[in-house]
Write a protein that binds this ligand. Structure first.
Ligand SMILES: CC(C)(COP(=O)(O)OP(=O)(O)OC[C@H]1O[C@@H](n2cnc3c(N)ncnc32)[C@H](O)[C@@H]1OP(=O)(O)O)[C@@H](O)C(=O)NCCC(=O)NCCS
Length: 206
């Protein structure tokens, strides 16, 4: 029931704007919900879905996109998109902590929301090169522009959240230690010190 309503909202909006969200079937939306890769806002009193967004992975999981953001026109300008985006963003971080999260948009609302979550504007070269992602733009009226520019630029702005830029100092240290294999070096040093002490003891005992 909710999946059908979500698709209705997406299709109505796509018709009005001619750009934006790729059309999805109710089965696809339902699968996303069952897989726990979607956030849905419902009006409990009206028994209907009023907002939605879902997670897609690209480039073998190196990239994650929070796609299909939609808010029912009757529920807009109340901060609902902010809430949905934040939830789907946190869900993506939990499920795919190492993936870069990205999106492409022409919408000011989405740009504002993404910026508040730590996304920065980037060129398309920084985004996934997964052809399947870019084929999702086929339904957009500007697709010919994207094609003419060899998928390097279009009217949409690319926005990216790179978890490496936001990780804590502790995580930086852990990564540094791993990268330089410091633990192994520390163990070798301890072993060397132990042997040295033993040799000294032997020498003094003599
Ligand atoms: C875009 C959309 C999701 C925004 O939903 P919403 O619930 O009204 O957004 P919010 O109330 O959370 O507002 C978020 C911010 O965007 C701004 N905003 C909302 N709609 C806007 C619009 N049409 N134009 C410019 N800014 C807008 C708000 O003022 C707010 O900014 P602020 O923090 O400076 O006050 C909704 O209009 C929609 O479903 N549009 C059609 C589908 C679509 O465009 N999806 C995005 C595809 S990339």
């Amino acid at each position: 029931m909710h999946a059908a309503r979500v698709c209705e909202l997406i299709n109505e909006s796509a018709k009005q704007r001619g750009t934006g969200i790729a059309s999805r079937t109710p089965e696809y939306v339902e699968k996303k919900m069952l897989d726990g890769k979607a956030v849905i806002a419902t009006d409990v009193d009206a028994h209907r879905a009023v907002g939605f967004s879902y997670i897609e992975t690209w480039g073998h999981g190196r990239f994650v996109a929070n796609s299909g953001l939609i808010v029912d026109p009757d529920y807009r300008h109340m901060g609902l998109a902010y809430k949905i985006k934040k939830k789907v963003f946190n869900l993506s971080r939990k499920k795919f902590p190492k993936s870069r999260i990205f999106g492409i948009t022409t919408g000011l609302a989405v740009m504002k929301i993404n910026s508040s979550l730590g996304y920065v504007p980037v060129t398309f070269s920084e985004l996934t090169d997964d052809e399947e992602f870019w084929s999702g733009c086929r339904g957009c009226r500007n697709f010919d522009i994207l094609q003419r520019n060899s998928y390097r630029m279009c009217l949409c702005i690319g926005m990216l959240y790179d978890p490496r830029r936001h990780q804590s100092l502790r995580q930086h240290l852990v990564d540094f230690v791993r990268r330089h294999n410091l633990r192994a070096q520390k163990l070798r040093f301890r072993w060397w010190m132990r042997n040295r002490r033993l040799k000294q003891k032997k020498f003094l005992g003599r």
